[in-house]
Design a protein around this ligand. Sequence first.
Ligand code: FAD
Ligand code: NAG
Ligand code: NAG
Ligand code: NAG
Ligand code: NAG
Length: 518
Amino acid sequence: MKRVFAFAVTAALGLSNLTSASLHSEKGHASFSTWGGHGKKVNCCSALSRVLGGKVVFPDSAAYEESIASYWSAQEEAVSPNCVVLPENAEDVAMAVATLRHSRGHVRDHDGCQFAIRSGGHTPWAGAANIEDGVTIDLSNFNRVEVSSDRSTVIIGPGSSWREVYDVVVPQGLATGGGRVANVGVGGLVLGGGVSFFSPRKGFVCDGVKRFEVVLASGRIVNATQDSHHDLWLALKGGSNNFGVVTAIEQEVFEQGDLWGGSVGFDESTFEQQFAAFEAFTGNPDYDPYASLIHSRIYNFTTKTWFTIAQFEYTKPEAYPPIFENFTSLPTTFSTTRISNLRDFTEELAVSNPPGQRRMFVTSTYSNSAEMLKQIFLMANETVRQMEDVSGLIFILSSQPEPTIIQKASAEAGGNSLGLTVEDGPLFNFQWTLTWDDAEDDERVEQQVRDAYDQAERRARELGVQQKFIYLNYAAKWQDPIGGYGEEVVKRLQHVSRKYDPTGVFQKQVPGGFKLFD
Ligand SMILES: Cc1cc2nc3c(=O)[nH]c(=O)nc-3n(C[C@H](O)[C@H](O)[C@H](O)COP(=O)(O)OP(=O)(O)OC[C@H]3O[C@@H](n4cnc5c(N)ncnc54)[C@H](O)[C@@H]3O)c2cc1C
Ligand SMILES: *[C@@H]1O[C@H](CO)[C@@H](O)[C@H](O)[C@H]1NC(C)=O
Ligand SMILES: *[C@@H]1O[C@H](CO)[C@@H](O)[C@H](O)[C@H]1NC(C)=O
Ligand SMILES: *[C@@H]1O[C@H](CO)[C@@H](O)[C@H](O)[C@H]1NC(C)=O
Ligand SMILES: *[C@@H]1O[C@H](CO)[C@@H](O)[C@H](O)[C@H]1NC(C)=O
């Protein structure tokens, strides 16, 4: 296979001096640095077509249109690559990466073609997993989900949605850490950390990964596990698209029956009590590891008031567990709580997160504090009233507890690259989610939210609750989540990058996502 592979790449590029050995050596690229100097520019997409044939699709074809139309946000859907590669196996990906690495892009004057890596396509900002005038590697054919015969792991194609994962594991009485919304993609979520209903028991989703199959910059395919390429395994747990293209994820599964949970509505009259309940819940020294919560406040532009939708989840079939009692004792406006299976709860959340709309996420992390929750709410309340004329605006503030028990579970599972420790104390994630109709409002929405966010950061400093961690999977394009992992982790990640990708293919040729070097 190696020979066929090298031959095909050589043929596609018309490179007579390219040998199989140099293609497969992680250090053998020096000879190519002069290669592009002939002045002859290779069209990235035609080079790919020559090696991958019909797996490379072009604008106006049904396959291209389908790929581009399947991003979650309207902004990411509006990005038009010159072609989309639809690989079917890791060898195809290896061929694509090697071809892109050695071809001199005709777009901009970079050495090598510019490309994007896409799994579920759920990052809202344009260019995270798609690329204007470049090549998008769409992993949607990587949707195999297979439970191991000993029922200890599940091998997941990164292009799967979590729906496809739960469809396989739930009927077998199993579960795995994963997205809480059925339609979200696997690849991006796992590589950015991943928060699941099981996080207090199992840590971040990435903490459950036993093996990543990765295509490196050289085109070589490796398995990164606790025992083999340990540094890469650790780096991928939070390191996103900086080290290679992940083509399979083998993750822990565990026995899991039904859960209790659902959405519960509260009105604005009890916000102060809700903030107090949130703080007590997050900081509870006897935090019940079966419990998790997403507490979202939403503005109603008709009534000009706010309301809460709290998503309670308890990963045992026990209704109204006492840990939620400070919330559940308050008057509610509706409730969908029930005992049901994991799949059902993630489908409930998919209904309220449909694709195709203009979207923005911004996030921060703060020390556990009811006062901070209240302060951001008061600021957001001012902001939202200046935005009443934005067509179709949906304005949501979500808070998610990050009790120290999550960091403890991460450490027990072998650690990750997020840079969080038990010593950080109980934290909470804060997320601004904006949805609106018209592109002409993009700039204004983004600026107003950014101003409100900056104001919240200043207030956090005043209150002494500021934290460096920025959750990558919720971060806006202009945020620096990798920097938020802390200097020590960043240095380690940079070292791993130099080792596995010495010419910086995933730094320079994959501009989307969050990068390791400034
Ligand atoms: C409706 C909705 C619900 C969500 N729910 C949750 C939740 O419950 N928990 C949670 O933690 N997060 C959640 N998120 C955030 C989610 O984790 C991110 O949006 C994540 O990026 C989605 O993964 P994806 O594969 O769909 O993303 P993509 O946009 O395809 O990729 C994200 C980034 O990862 C890189 N990447 C993707 N796949 C690979 C790969 N195989 N190899 C190398 N790099 C790759 C891409 O290049 C890109 O930069 C949710 C998001 C949405 C929109
Ligand atoms: C990676 O591991 C899987 C499962 O053990 C195995 O089938 C595959 O051949 C391995 N790949 C490499 C490149 O070692
Ligand atoms: C806002 O309130 C009105 C009037 O009570 C209601 O009809 C509408 O559904 C609410 N909108 C949202 C987004 O909840
Ligand atoms: C409920 O709130 C009170 C007062 O803040 C607190 O002492 C108690 O621990 C909370 N209970 C739970 C289960 O969080
Ligand atoms: C939100 O802002 C409006 C308009 O400024 C104000 O009337 C209202 O009291 C504010 N709500 C809270 C809880 O402060």
